[in-house]
Ligand binder design. Structure first.
Ligand code: ZN
Ligand code: ZN
Length: 193
């Protein structure tokens, strides 16, 4: 009787215990699952944030190199800018005066660079990737002008003093009409070459 009873009890309590156990197990699985999802969500947000920051960084910050060229006197200027939203926040200028320009200055007829133009040579996106544009190659015929000393400058200035018409002629012939042979003529007249 006793055994039978206990068996009955056991049979009655078994499904309950199983149900309770199962529920607990399911609860545990759900709990771990939720934790896993939460962890993954955090991971996902972290990765998404990093990607977003990278996209913003690459899209917003760049280092750009512009080349300015004067078609009248051959003066060239390299401008390197660090930009945010294409607005320069830091700029470095490298000037490359030409002999034509320097003779004009020493004569007292400096080129006004009125038709100076520029082009975009390099754009380094996010300060890492150079593209669009990335133009390589020789763009500036930098001749050796070490012979153009202060002595040469004063000789040309002296010529301008002695022959005031040279100045106006230089402006007209060289800077406006691009007859660059006259540069050599001026240097010869000044007794340079
Ligand atoms: Zn110029
Ligand atoms: Zn480049």
């Amino acid at each position: 009787m006793t055994t039978q009873r206990s068996n009955d009890e056991l049979q009655q309590t078994r499904p309950i215990a199983f149900w309770l156990q199962s529920t607990r197990a399911v609860g545990r699985v759900v709990e771990i699952g939720a934790l896993y999802v939460q962890m993954n969500r955090k991971k996902f947000i972290a990765i998404a944030s990093l990607l977003l920051i990278a996209v913003i960084w690459f899209g917003v910050v760049d280092r750009s190199w512009f080349v300015y060229e004067c078609p009248d006197c051959g003066y060239v200027k390299d401008v390197v800018q660090y930009r945010v939203f294409e607005i320069p926040v830091h700029e470095t200028v490298y000037e490359h005066p030409s002999v034509t320009q320097r003779v004009g200055i020493d004569l007292g007829a400096p080129c006004q660079h009125g038709r100076i133009d520029f082009w975009h040579k390099h754009r380094v996106w996010g300060l890492c990737i150079c593209a669009d544009p990335c133009i390589n190659g020789i763009y500036r015929l930098g001749g050796d002008d070490s012979w153009y000393t202060d002595d040469v400058s004063s000789k040309i200035a002296a010529l301008s003093q002695n022959d005031p018409l040279v100045k106006a002629e230089y402006s007209k012939r060289v800077l406006r009409e691009h007859r660059y042979k006259f540069v050599k003529t001026v240097l010869e007249k000044a007794g340079v070459k």
